[in-house]
Design a protein around this ligand. Structure first.
Ligand SMILES: [Fe+2]
Length: 268
């Protein structure tokens, strides 16, 4: 099964710029690229920070753009989002009994759990409160022995970044305790604005960069808090024996400085 992980769109109303970049144009280019090269993907997950300021107009424009996007797309919330404004623009968005924007679906006998870790202003950190935990506990129980893929905006552990570690998921150990004994195959998160992958306590994980501004790995390595580094989306191949995550810098893809016929025919 192939699916796509996109994160941190930071949309502002169409035509507006954010830190010198055009979030809507970058998102549209991402969708076009996915359709062109990965039209066979089973689904797309956007793991939060759909908007920069949670504006209803930005959510409405997002909904209008997705209306004719041919691949099933699942939207999640991040710290820059506004749950109420999101739900006003997406009244049919799946949510749990307490109206948190989290849901589960099954593909190829694997369970996908998309969590809502939005804490809310003034904090940019993530929160997974007792109500949300109760939902996750029940969904993990329902999953039984089936493989589970978790999506969440905030990482539930330190990612060794001086700024991001200040706003990771609160009470991460309590959250991780919930996962014990379940067949978690991979954790996909966003929030980092950097391409990251690795393993934590035996759990593999990955995060793509944002589609707009990024966070320099070393604060101070550029003069500003944010940096202009390649935007990427992740193409994931998930099979019973493998989880493979490709990060594709779709805006920076260009032919190399070589003859188009050079180096062909001897790849063995
Ligand atoms: Fe973000």
């Amino acid at each position: 099964m192939k699916f796509i992980h996109v994160s941190d769109l930071h949309l502002v109303p169409k035509g507006d710029k954010l830190w010198g970049l055009d979030p809507f144009a970058r998102f549209e280019a991402c969708l076009d690229d996915i359709v062109k090269f990965h039209g066979d993907a089973a689904f797309v997950v956007v793991s939060g920070d759909l908007t920069e300021k949670g504006e209803v107009l930005a959510y409405r424009q997002l909904g209008a753009r997705l209306a004719d996007f041919p691949i099933e797309t699942h939207l999640m919330l991040g710290n820059h989002d506004d749950r109420g404004h999101f739900l006003s623009a997406f009244p049919n968005a799946p949510r749990d009994e307490a109206s948190f924007v989290q849901h589960a679906f099954v593909r190829d006998d694997a369970v996908f759990l998309l969590l809502d870790t939005l804490k809310g202003p003034p904090s940019s950190a993530g929160l997974y409160c007792p109500q949300r935990k109760a939902w996750l506990k029940a969904e993990l129980a329902k999953a039984g022995k089936r493989p589970v893929y978790l999506f969440m905006h905030h990482p539930p552990f330190s990612i060794a970044h001086d700024l991001m570690d200040l706003i990771m998921l609160d009470d991460a150990d309590e959250f991780l305790d919930l996962l014990h004994g379940h067949a978690i195959r991979h954790i996909f998160f966003g929030h980092a604005h950097r391409p990251i992958s690795g393993q934590f306590r035996g759990l593999s994980f990955s995060a793509p960069p944002s589609l707009v501004h990024q966070l320099p790995l070393v604060s101070g390595s550029v003069a500003t808090v944010y940096s202009d580094e390649p935007a990427m989306y992740a193409v994931v191949h998930a099979t019973p024996d493998k989880v493979l995550v490709h990060m594709d810098a779709y805006l920076n893809r260009a032919p190399a400085d070589m003859d188009p016929e050079a180096e062909r025919g001897d790849w063995y």
